[in-house]
Structure formats: C-alpha cells, structure tokens
Ligand binder design. Structure first.
Ligand code: COA
Ligand code: MG
Length: 287
C-alpha cells in the first residue's frame, strides 16, 4: 500500500467526514480522541462506525487513549462492525510495548482479523524512549507515528519552525523503526495549515531524516505531502539510468556521471523504480 498522507478527520463532524471521501489523501484517520470534546464522544463513535461501513477509502481510527474511560467502548464498537475498510487502529499516547500487547490481545479476543494493524502514536517522553520495544511488540505494528504537540508539552520544549528541539526524538523514531524492520515512520501534524511553504520545508526535512509520510489536518496539506513523499522526477530518472546500466552490464560497482554506484545505491534505485511503478498504477486506477 502506498502511504504518504494521513488526513485527520474529526469523528463528530459528518460534513468533514463526507468531504474527506473526495480528497486524495492516501489514508483517512477518523479521530475519536483530541478533536472530539468529552460530551461528544458517544456521538462521534456512532458516526465513525457509520462512516467505516460506507467509506471507499483506506481508514484508520484514532481511538481514545488507554487511560480514558472511552477506550474500551471505542474498541468494542469498532471490533463489532467487522468493517473491511478498517486498516488500523491508531493508539494515542502509546508509552510501552505492553500497551500494544494488551490491545493486540483485546483485538484477537474480539475476532479482529490479523491484517488490521495497530499504529502507535508516540507523543510522550516514555513513548519515544521505548520506540524500539513498541515497534517490536506485535505483528500488527507496521509503522510508528510521531505526535509533536503532546510530546513538546511533555518534555517542556518550545516548538520552533526549525524543529531543532524535536530532532533527537524524530531520529530516534527513524532508527527504532528500521531496527524493528518496520515501514518508514509517519511524521507529526503541521498545525499552521495555511502556511504551505512552512509545511513543504518541514516535510522535506523529515523526509531527509527517513520519514515516509506525514499526518495532515486540512485538505490544503494533502497534495503537498503526497508530492514530497514520492520520488522526484530527477530521482526517478537517475534510478532508471542505474537500473538500465545494471541490467546491461551486470556490474556491482561502476561510475555514472562521475559518481560511484555500488550495492546500496543500486538497492535504493530499485526501490525508487518500484515505488514509481506503484504510483503510476495508482494514478492510472484513479483516472
Ligand atoms: N478533512 C476534510 N475536510 C476538511 C478538513 C479535514 N480535516 N478540514 C477542513 N475541511 C474542509 C472544510 O469542511 C471546508 O469545506 P467546505 O469548503 O466544503 O465548507 C474546507 O475544507 C475548508 O476548510 P476551512 O474553512 O479552511 O477550515 P475550517 O475552519 O472548516 O477547519 C480545522 C479548520 C482545523 C478545524 C479543520 O481543518 C479540522 O478539523 N482538522 C482536523 C483536526 C483534527 O482532527 N485534529 C486532531 C489531530 S491533531
Ligand atoms: Mg495528541
């Protein structure tokens, strides 16, 4: 599955849920947690269940955290539906591997198929510290996600446009994901949603760190995120050139346009070609 953009949609807002259906986000996240006020939790849960049955999208549900009185009801309601549109449950404020193990057991006991994932949202000091253990805790975990707003609050940092204060946490999550043999992680939301230039800068920076996609909160952000978390034309051209050379000469090391090419670069070129093919067939499917 191609996953670059993950658009949050407040679970209590039917109009926005319907709107999301038309947007080019790779994944929609129906939110039952922070975008929903306590007195709307039950209403949102019902709306999200209805939407899950009706959507044509790949959907993740962000349930309320395990410490809240809403968590069990959220899980039971979603599990009962058995909707095949549900790709994963996002677990906010995941702190320890045992949080994931407990949710995994609960999902198993409720008959939720093994292909429904768990997406841990790391947004506390403890969660980021335990990123590797959390990433290795269950086969349901395919990737990790980072939440900077709660994380910044938890560690007492001041969030800046440069993001220096988040660099260690982001890199720790990238390393943990790789060490646990997960997909690339998903970066946090960019809250100033009208600042497209700022979003672009941040997305490019985190792509460079090793993130594979980004959470979004507004339709304006989706195209920008999709464009950045896919190979550029220059990257695709270079990868195709490398693969053509390898096919023709079968060489393990050679030079192309004055730069050395060897095994890891060939491997990367192959990945880019595969990704580009996947994107092309996705776009053809949409047209
Ligand atoms: N998904 C789908 N559609 C959305 C959307 C979203 N996340 N956010 C806004 N829209 C729609 C609006 O409904 C509006 O549609 P319309 O033109 O048909 O009326 C259009 O996009 C433009 O929205 P705009 O007026 O610019 O913003 P807003 O004031 O309606 O909403 C937010 C701003 C931030 C409240 C809204 O984007 C939102 O709720 N985002 C998600 C928040 C969330 O889930 N947070 C939790 C995770 S951090
Ligand atoms: Mg949060």
């Amino acid at each position: 599955m191609l996953v670059r953009s993950f658009l949050f949609v407040p679970g209590n807002n039917e109009k926005v849920i319907a709107k999301a259906e038309q947007l080019p986000a790779d994944v929609i996240i129906y939110d039952l947690e922070d975008a929903v006020a306590p007195d709307q939790k039950a209403d949102a849960r019902e709306r999200v269940c209805n939407a899950l049955s009706a959507t044509a999208k790949s959907v993740i549900v962000r349930v309320n955290s395990m410490e809240t009185p809403y968590f069990l009801e959220d899980i039971h309601a979603i599990a009962n539906l058995k909707a095949d549109t549900l790709t994963a449950i996002m677990l906010p404020k995941t702190n320890r591997n045992t949080d994931v193990v407990a949710l995994d057991l609960l999902l198993n006991s409720l008959g939720v198929p093994a292909n429904v994932g768990i997406l841990p949202l790391l947004e506390t000091a403890l969660g980021v510290q335990n990123a590797f253990e959390i990433g290795s805790s269950s086969d349901r975990v395919k990737r990790l996600a980072f939440g900077s707003v709660d994380f910044g609050l938890d560690i007492g940092a001041t969030l800046t446009a440069e993001g220096t204060e988040l660099l260690y946490a982001r890199s720790r999550i990238v390393l943990a994901s790789r060490a646990a043999e997960l997909e690339k992680p998903i970066d946090t939301v960019f809250v100033d949603f009208r600042d497209t230039e700022g979003l672009e800068k941040e997305a490019l920076m985190v792509k460079g760190l090793g993130f594979g996609g980004k959470l979004a909160i507004h339709p304006m952000q989706v195209d920008c995120i999709n464009a950045i978390f896919q190979p550029t034309q220059a990257e695709k051209d270079q990868a195709a050139e490398i693969m053509a050379y390898v096919e023709e000469h079968g060489a393990a090391v050679f030079q192309l346009n004055g730069k050395m090419v060897d095994e890891p670069i060939i491997k990367r070129a192959r990945q880019i070609c595969e990704l580009a093919e996947m994107l092309d067939s996705k776009q053809q499917g949409e047209n």
